[in-house]
Design a protein around this ligand. Structure first.
Ligand SMILES: [Zn+2]
Length: 288
């Protein structure tokens, strides 16, 4: 799933490519694509795209008083759509813009197409009032941004929410923008066990996690900004994520895995758990 660096770099590319274009039409291709009833999408027709922003893993298409909030989930993409076929493959929704003239004088009729691979149909669009979007669904439950949360804010959240730090980092209500890959990378960079308890980590642990968040996000952004499109998970440079069996780039120990139904926690025992091998089983008592 794309995380904060991928979404942020994509928002920047979309702003460059589509900023200033005037919305002509929003077309959902199935009944799950548009998650809201009010305001209606046509309230943004005739408005220019001020820019594409980001909150957590959501893209924010700013049309002034109205904003379209887009979540790509696992397999969603928001793509330049030159063809505009009647039934696009995997198509969820389309933003059609009024034709505009490019710098070279040619006519730009490109649309933006939200696609989703697979059959889950979880990607979607919320049409919201810009002035109140921070306090309305789906943004209202998000925690502080991962790139800018302070050590004191994180320490307070650690104290109030006793849980495993890997799960904490992936919970968007705690910190917004982190997914499975960044959670693995951040724990490794901070030299903290993915199963460490947040309350026990305290203020010193919060400081280490904040430092690691900033480092891992900066590295991810630097890589993602070199690209012309959004990377796939396997493309992203990772020290431990999806590196099971490979040597740790810090100490050379073998990267290990604890697998769950939907994801895998990767870690280096030497760097993160004082050499302790964590049982590959969610019910084990030896996960601390
Ligand atoms: Zn290591």
């Amino acid at each position: 799933m794309p995380e904060m660096p991928e979404i942020q770099a994509h928002a920047e590319r979309l702003t460059t490519e589509f900023g200033g274009r005037v919305l002509a039409k929003f077309t959902p291709f199935n009944f799950t694509a548009l998650k809201t009833a009010l305001p209606p999408p046509d309230s943004a027709y005739g408005e220019s795209l001020r820019g594409v922003g980001r909150r957590g893993k959501y893209l924010l298409l700013d049309f002034g008083e109205t904003t379209f909030v887009v979540h790509l989930m696992q397999g969603g993409r928001l793509l330049v759509d030159a063809k505009q076929s009647v039934k696009p493959r995997g198509g969820q929704a389309r933003f059609t813009f009024e034709a505009s003239e490019r710098d070279d004088g040619s006519l730009n009729t490109d649309a933006l197409l939200l696609t989703e691979q697979g059959s889950e149909r979880r990607a979607g669009v919320w049409c919201v009032t810009s002035a109140t979007m921070a306090t309305s669904a789906p943004l209202d439950k998000l925690g502080p941004e991962a790139a800018t949360i302070t050590p004191a804010e994180l320490a307070a959240l650690f104290e109030a929410n006793s849980m495993r730090v890997h799960g904490f980092l992936r919970d968007q209500r705690m910190v917004a923008g982190v997914g499975r890959r960044l959670a693995n990378e951040v724990c490794h960079t901070a030299k903290i066990s993915p199963f460490a308890n947040t309350r026990k980590l305290g203020a010193p642990g919060a400081q280490k996690i904040v430092d690691a968040l900033q480092q891992c996000i900066a590295e991810g952004l630097e890589y993602e900004r070199t690209r012309g499109d959004m990377s796939a998970s396997k493309d992203r440079p990772s020290a431990v994520h999806a590196q099971t069996g490979e040597p740790c780039p810090v100490c050379g120990d073998t990267i290990r895995a604890v697998s769950y139904s939907g994801y895998t926690v990767n870690y280096c025992a030497t760097c993160q758990t004082d050499g302790k091998i964590l049982a590959d089983n969610t019910t084990s008592k030896f996960l601390k």
